[in-house]
Design a protein around this ligand. Sequence first.
Ligand code: ADP
Ligand code: MG
Length: 226
Amino acid sequence: MIILNDIAKEYTQGKTKVIVLNKLCLHVNYNENVGIIGPSGSGKSTLLNLIGLLEQPSSGNLRICNVDFNELKDEEKVIFRKENIGFIFQNNQLLEDFNVEENVALPLLINGNSFRKSISKANDYLHLLGISDRNKFKPGLLSGGEQQRVAIARALIKSPKILLADEPTGSLDHENTKIVFNSIRKLSKEHKIITVFATHNLNLVKLLDKCFLMEGGKLIDYNKNK
Ligand code: ADP
Ligand code: MG
């Protein structure tokens, strides 16, 4: 479960204080996928970065899978993130020095697994995503949609409890948006991963379990039938 209570996030730049999140609350249950929509600059990425423990809230309480993050040290947060949280970004952030299977295997290699075992598991995930024939390619040779499928494989390979997807289809055409979105939704359900999906795309949001609109630093339950 993800439980956010009265989360605030402010940034100060010189004399300007920007309140991005303002007493925001969110509950996501085990095995649920939720969508966050809202205009650019409304705080979607800030929220995902807080849940992903990349940023600290200014105040409020954050619990993920029964861990209270007000009580964890920074090193413990890093370990929790490495073991439990997978990220997919709009820009896939694949490493051009490595081929596709190595990019996918990287989280396992960083966690100390053997090269052979990590590459073998990477190929299992590439197979699940229908791109096993691209495993020896450098990422730059793949289409945008294929690159995002590699990024999905990389995010899922360590079997995270939480998947955070920040506009992962934002730079894809209609057809690839469908493929990438359906892959994320299907795999996260099959692997029982809580998924938080930030997007501009209302048509996608309708297919998720719950949807919230980011407005005024808070999340408002969004009526999907609107
Ligand atoms: P979204 O993902 O919905 O487009 P963001 O979460 O990226 O929105 O940004 C929300 C607001 O927070 C923006 O006004 C942005 O300028 C501000 N912001 C984000 N990160 C920082 C930062 N590190 N320092 C100052 N302001 C920031
Ligand atoms: Mg954003």
